[in-house]
Ligand binder design. Sequence first.
Ligand SMILES: [Zn+2]
Length: 878
Amino acid sequence: MSPFSSIKLFYLLLLSLLPFIGFSYTHDVETRGNQVILTGEYKPNIPTPADILGYHIGERFADYRNLERYIMAVADVSDRVVIHEYGSSYQHRPLRVLYISTPENIRNLERIKQDNVSLTDPRTISDPRAEEIIESIPAILWLAYNVHGNEASGTEAALLTIYHLAASEDTELLAALENIVIVLDPLVNPDGRERYVHYINDMSQRNPNPDPQSIEHFETWPRGRSNHYFFDLNRDWAWLTQKETRQRVDLYRQIMPHVYVDYHEMGRESTYFFFPATPPIHPNYPEGVKEWGIIFGNGNAAMLDRYGVPYYTGEVFDLFYPGYGDSWPTFNGAIGMTYEQSGGSTGRAYKRKDQHILTLAERVHNHFLTGLSTIHTVQKNRAELLRYFYSFWKDSISEMPDEIKSVLIKKGSDPNRTNDLINVLLQHGIEVHELTTDKNIRQVTHYFSDQPENHSFPAGTYVINFNQPKSRLAKTLLEPHTELPDTFFFDITAWSLPAAYNTEAYTAQSYITADVRKITEPLQSMGSVSGYASYAYVISWEQDKAASVLWETLKNDYSAVFAMRSFVTQGREFPPGSIIYFTRMNAASLHDDLQRTALKYGVDVYATNTGLSEDGIDLGSNWVRPIIKPKIAITTDRPVIPGEYGELWFLFDEVYGIPFTPLRTEQLRNLDLSRYNVLILPSDGSGQGYRTTLDSNTVESIRQWVQRGGVLITIGGASQFATKENSGLTSVSSSATGNNNDSGDVDKERRERLMRMGFFERQEYLQRERIAGALFRVNFDNSHPLGFGYGQTITILKRGSQTLQLSDRGYNVGIFADQGPQSGYASKYLVEKVQNTAYLIDFPVGDGRIVMFSDNPHFRMFWHGLTKMFLNATLFLH
Ligand SMILES: [Zn+2]
């Protein structure tokens, strides 16, 4: 029997006991037409949503303004509710949570939070004191709505829940509030939801139109799911790239809830989902996680049974990827869970295939009910939840049964990039130390190597020990490999942060506790100019943020050149790609401007008084090339995948501060490309979107623009579009065959097997036959300008099975190594397809070039190690 079916059996047994543990209510909720109606006893002084909004919940979608009006009105008169503003979105909308409990708990909120947080470090609290706290404080339940903006029933359910919790006189609820503090975030992603609500309100008729073909059920690009920069906030918890996430995590760490529920919506033809999750469950979780999923599932099942609502558990939604709103809280001692109602991105009524009309009112009704059942489950299990919470932290500091006890990360040639990684760990509350002296450590293993060695580490090397309260999260984010079951994964299967930041990292078989100093403050980027130069200033391209300094100086019309080969000046080696500013070619203000930008970006600039190098090329060598100021355009809107554009938008706008112009793809034929010297085509998925959007005249005008010296950068699906099979912009082939001598036999064998498979067997086989996101080694030509600032191998994250065959006309700058993934899951069949294909091609066309990435180098913007390679493409190929 699989673990999954034993969970299911246990669950069914418990379900049969439900009549004995059911609920009794003095209130009720029902849907009447398009309205959700609460009946029961309510305090008359608390305004209902209809009092403030002028309509009943379910009849319309509340925009941000109406949400704000309602929560303010309730908080004004209720002694059970206080509002806390914890930050703002990129579009400057305040982010707020409501604390809801009895007036007494609300008065004692600060003490409750402090006592609770003290349980998270068992090194500083005695067991008797912990037991005292466990006996005395309420449980903390966090309800979070609408992290995906277009799963819009969430915030509507939040409004109804707020009214109920603030106004209900139900004795069971009042008893529950004595034992629970509810942290309610009615709108995690205001910018995305506002985008959706604006659309749906624009398109809505007077009465809801359930016709599935109505325009209101087909949201336009980029849709409301994501935040301002089109990031999925339910994938960002681990990487903390977006300010909404960072502010929420700061707040979270001051509260540390025991239960976190993330409200979602899923396909319209589906029903309702709640935990237990389906495998894979990440192996770094404690065992108790699965049991709690069942306990909460039973409570929700009892509630939805009472109302006859169809639902399912233990399918589709797993608990593996650490960046979700269920998994990340679970790595922080909470029971984190996702609840999914059918109906995301759907208008107020929708006629399903089963002829049922799914209304907004029904969607709100169901989410409201699971809120109540979750409150009841927390109430019944308050002390046990707190005991689980305390033991989670206690177990995390004791030794884990694993060979890896700690991780060491060297500062490396770009200490600021390493600082960024360390700062992410610190923001999670992970303890980091640094070596106070040079140290030789025995039995350490370089990431992705199998060979333990004795290695000496310089002072300043970062150390993360896995015997700290946050060791489960630390291990999950940092370890090179995670033990993987052979199954279907909902998201990527590998992420190892030291690899993502392209750092030199090692695992050790011991805790490193001697000669270390704890890092207590976020690390600051330090930069300087080494002196006043009479001849030239030089910047090493090993530093990522050199690109920001370069851009600012280009913007101010300073002239710069870059070295194609390395040189040594002032006793220091500068690798290829290093930037040189000759003082004679620039205004006298250069020094001050460099000083200012060096400090701003944490970049080291070196002054030299001679062009004669101590080794390598001289500064005026023929191997030195001018830098042409990039004038960048990026295609956007359909058929581009919103997130793929959003990552580039974020990269230039927020990370590097380099301007670009977004161009609507379907207008390309009418636009003047000569205004730009770099054109970036983000991925559309497969290349077919570009194929149908760009006609042959537009493709021809792009080709001519490249021939005249333009640099066209294509990513993922856009690179497929640039192949000879599609637009013919290059002679590169996308064909997935021919790269491996055995592929003919492999294909044949696979076909033979597939033809004889049973119904489920075949579906499962095809589901597993993918690369959901795994780390691959790429052999890299760092003598090519695209490779400047890198070593001879890099680790990249590959998703999907699209390939680019090696080109005989272009430079194959990155080639997938002849091996399986370094980390993560990939089917054997696809691994063979990927080996020895191209990751990165520089394809010359006339005076210009086409730079093709087989995969997105900045997926979700947490793979920081590859951004410079991408900037090389914009700066060094003119
Ligand atoms: Zn969702």
